[in-house]
Design a binder for this molecule. Sequence first.
Ligand SMILES: [Zn+2]
Length: 211
Amino acid sequence: MKPYEVLLKDNKAWAEKKLKEDPDFFDRLLHVQTPEFLWIGCSDSRVPPDQITQTEPGEIFIHRNVANLVVNTDVNLLSVLDFAVNHLKVKHVVVCGHYGCGGIKAAMSKTDFKPVLNMWLRNVKDVYRLHRKELDALKDENKKLDRLVELNIKEQMMNLVKTSIIQRAWKQKQRPDLHGWVYDLHDGLINPIMEIKPGDHIDDIYEFDDL
Ligand SMILES: [Zn+2]
């Protein structure tokens, strides 16, 4: 059996198991999608959002990219955010990074990864520059990497607040709460590192007053 055929075989087994446990499982999901959470995470195959949070289909709306970035020209991310906030009406947005992130590590190096990876990783290099003093003081490369992982999560949360999508939802609906989490590959645990609530302020220059 070819590797991709194993995926199809396992899918069949999963669907049968689900039906056996709960005969209405697929019927219920067919008609309504009301997830409470939007998850913005890293594409890393070792950090599957639903598995590490033990959530079922229908519970989390998911966007993943290399190094869990929120880039203000990324039509993909912004479409997901807009849809999740304004149509699915999610109450929480989670930005979840992970220690040992390969994308962050790549951005810390001086390697030329060629376009388009260079373009993408530049966003992480900018985070490094913003926090250079703190990061340069860390001599252990792994500690430096893991601290940049945390700082990157915080910056991406700030990037969410900079969008009119979040600011408008905060003003009109008092949601969503923003959560910054970091997943540890060593023990499988998620550690919360930052929370931003509706109405919290970041730098004044980013705040729209005519929403
Ligand atoms: Zn990663």
